[in-house]
Design a protein around this ligand. Structure first.
Ligand code: ZN
Length: 134
């Protein structure tokens, strides 16, 4: 088994567990954006969000929500970012689906990415190209 997260789930590698049930495992990120930064992974290996089975995602999301609420309460956060990087160009490093729950504080100094600008008429073109695939 060469997947880092599968090895953590199997307890072959150490982690600091936050929660576990029959379908998922949650543990602290060893390089937290803020203290309490938690990773939630399905126990069944799946590479990323877009290639994951819909039934699996439906099963996992209520627990992800509960864990996010517990993370916020556990560290006294004002808010949280909940994200999953989908693919290398988006910053995905471990190709086993995982959600980042990053607790946020009003004074933590972190910023979201800067927005870009559309050219005249470009928004409708881009939206149309997206709609073609839905
Ligand atoms: Zn895996």
């Amino acid at each position: 088994m060469d997947c880092l997260f599968c090895r953590i789930i199997a307890k072959e590698l150490p982690s600091t567990a936050v929660y576990e049930n029959e379908s998922l495992f949650a543990f602290l990120d060893i390089h937290p954006v803020n203290k309490g930064h938690t990773l939630v992974v399905p126990k069944k290996h799946t590479a990323d969000f877009l290639t994951s089975d819909d039934a699996l995602l439906s099963q996992l999301m209520p627990s992800v929500k509960s864990i996010a609420g517990a993370v916020m309460k556990g560290v006294g956060a004002d808010a949280c970012n909940l994200s999953t990087n989908n693919g290398k160009a988006a910053g995905q490093v471990i190709f086993h689906l995982h959600w980042h729950i990053v607790p946020r504080f009003s004074d933590d100094g972190l910023k979201l990415w800067h927005g870009k600008e559309y050219k005249e008429g470009e928004m409708e073109e881009v939206a149309g190209n997206i709609r073609k695939h839905l």
